[in-house]
Design a protein around this ligand. Structure first.
Ligand code: ZN
Length: 110
């Protein structure tokens, strides 16, 4: 599944907290997290420091696809639907995660 994150979550142009250089090229990568979530991060192209910026559940990604679809259509009826999906989506989204959240090939215990 391809998720268009660019509209909702654009990483700011930044200076790396770790090496204090400007991060030139932001390439977003995806990794699997615990609790049926996907983590999105990018790394500093100078020192490799990792910046997680979004953890989205599978349900959240499904909602995000709907949201992106509605944004393209723009009829009046869709507006309330969009608001409802957005509020549902924000419950499925976190702006950060830690390395303990990363599955890393491990099997998830439920
Ligand atoms: Zn850096």
């Amino acid at each position: 599944m391809t998720v268009n994150l660019s509209e909702l979550h654009t990483p700011k142009s930044l200076e790396c907290d770790n090496c204090n250089k400007i991060i030139g090229k932001v390439t977003v990568k995806k990794e699997r997290l615990t609790k049926s979530r996907n983590g999105y991060y990018f790394t500093c192209d100078k020192c490799g420091y990792k910046y997680p910026f979004a953890a989205i559940s599978d349900e959240g990604e499904r909602l995000l696809n709907k949201i992106n679809g509605i944004k393209k259509s723009k009829t009046r009826k869709d507006k309330s639907k969009l608001e409802r999906y957005m509020s549902m989506y924000y419950k499925e989204f976190q702006s950060n995660y830690t390395k303990e959240d990363v599955l890393n090939g491990k099997r998830e215990y439920t």
